[in-house]
Design a protein around this ligand. Structure first.
Ligand SMILES: [Zn+2]
Length: 464
């Protein structure tokens, strides 16, 4: 990632905020133009037409003309790109930008550099002349600091956290949570596989954020108890402050600062962990989770209010605070083609030693003791080993073989871990056998005589 923290001086900051305002204005105008379009009308203006209109608008409005033309034009370019990528980006159609929330602008480099083809030969145009490309103007000051040229601001310093200066055609400056950042438009090279052939399984949870199949357990840093107490304190004070007062705004700003810290911490951890995974393993297997489904609200409708709404909200918050999705996405981006999603059902209930699936094997949140073979292990680690093996123990044959296959549609919410009774997995016969096997576990002979001969038999066989 080529994103660095920027430290503008006071006057520079004022100028950059002005750039943000102009870019936002132009962007929102473009959004409105395109929102106005309806089937049957003439097409909404494209980039070239919008640029012409911008020039006209700059001629008529002195305040717009006072701003930087490149910054304003780049906002249109951003819009055009966002619009073109609306089906692939995951963000959908470009939407409104709000003050204080979506502050940022793009700067196109002013340096001219000769462009070259992929094989290193100079790129020539139709007349056989060298094609010149853009490059941002950056300068390294010392080991820790560098500076970039921002229109209207001169040189703006940023903290260089890489050894090398990034080279790019453009960069984007953003202002969020009271921090300025500069992000160079470069797609980093994927991290190479170590070539050891090692496979790692990853089980994501709430108590333990990430349990690896090599029995390591990694936790995403959360806010400390003290920081949580501070958040509550400032929220309380904000609630009691008079409406619209400066004090109220200040308290809310304090809450926002602490929450931003939590998000920063999570992002940092996800980046470091995904890099570690991409560097040290050839194949990385995640269990397939639908986080959107899992964090769905329990609120219900006004006619049919849900139950345990507060508890579910708390659980959702806990899930989202672990950064599951971000870790998966960043790992996929850093190790393209080396990440697989293993269908999640039964990864938590299947014994990684003998393959037996039973609900009773999972004694508690952390403890897993196989009812069948007596194999004892940490529950998350057991699940991670199953994920590494690429199986959750689906009783029916999958439509595609191997990991990452498509599971059969069941019509059941994936928010709930599937229960063994649903697929009619043979549970132990009720009676002494069960008691014997249970009392026998963990004592002298964990392997009881009723050990099934193999993986779970199909339902028909078990019912005699
Ligand atoms: Zn077992």
């Amino acid at each position: 990632m080529s994103r660095f923290r920027m430290y503008p001086t006071g006057p520079q900051e004022q100028q950059m905020l002005l750039h943000c305002a102009h870019a936002r204005y132009v962007w929102n105008l473009a959004v409105e133009q395109h929102a106005h379009w309806q089937p049957g009308r003439r097409a909404a203006p494209g980039f070239a037409e919008q640029c012409r209109q911008l020039t006209e608008a700059r001629r008529e409005n002195a305040w717009l003309a006072a701003g930087n033309a490149d910054v304003q034009q780049q906002a249109l370019k951003d819009f055009t790109k966002a619009k073109a990528a609306r089906f692939t980006s995951g963000f959908g159609k470009p939407t409104w930008r709000r003050k204080h929330v979506h502050e940022g602008f793009r700067v196109i480099g002013t340096d001219r550099v000769p462009e070259s083809e992929a094989d290193g030969t100079p790129r020539l145009n139709a007349r056989g002349r060298q094609v010149m490309g853009r490059s941002v103007v950056v300068q390294k000051l010392n080991r820790r600091w560098a500076r970039a040229k921002v229109p209207g601001c001169g040189w703006v310093r940023f903290r260089l956290t890489h050894t090398e200066l990034p080279t790019a055609k453009t960069f984007r400056v953003t202002f969020r949570n009271n921090q300025w950042h500069i992000a160079f438009a470069v797609i980093p090279e994927p991290i190479g596989a170590p070539g050891t052939g090692e496979v790692i399984g990853i089980d994501r949870g709430i108590k333990i954020t990430v349990a690896l199949s090599d029995s390591r357990k990694l936790n995403c840093p959360q806010l400390t108890t003290r920081e949580c107490a501070q958040i509550r304190k400032h929220q309380r004070r904000a609630a009691r402050a008079p409406k619209g007062s400066e004090a109220k705004a200040a308290e809310y700003a304090e809450v926002a600062r602490l929450k931003a810290r939590e998000a920063d911490r999570r992002k940092d951890w996800c980046e470091k962990t995904s890099t570690m995974l991409a560097r040290s393993y050839d194949l990385i297997r995640f269990e397939k989770l639908s986080i959107t489904t899992m964090t769905r609200s329990a609120k219900g409708t006004p006619e049919q209010p849900g139950t345990n709404v507060r508890q579910k909200a708390g659980l959702n918050r806990a899930i989202l605070s672990q950064g599951w999705g971000l870790l998966r996405r960043r790992t996929g981006e850093k190790a393209p083609g080396r990440v697989e999603d293993v269908p999640a059902p039964f990864t938590a209930l299947r014994c990684s030693a003998c393959g037996w699936i039973e609900k009773d094997s999972r004694k508690s949140q952390a403890e897993f003791i196989c009812v069948s073979c007596g194999f004892a292990c940490n529950a998350d680690e057991n699940a991670a080993v199953n994920v590494a093996a690429g199986q959750g123990g689906i009783p029916r044959p999958r439509r595609t073989a191997g990991a990452g296959g498509v599971t059969a549609a069941t019509g059941r919410s994936s928010a709930r871990e599937p229960q063994p009774t649903w697929v009619e997995i043979p549970l132990l016969q009720k009676g002494e056998d069960v008691k014997a096997s249970r009392s026998g576990r963990g004592r002298s002979s964990p392997t009881v005589s009723r050990k099934p001969t193999g993986p779970p038999q199909c339902a028909g066989q078990a019912q005699q």
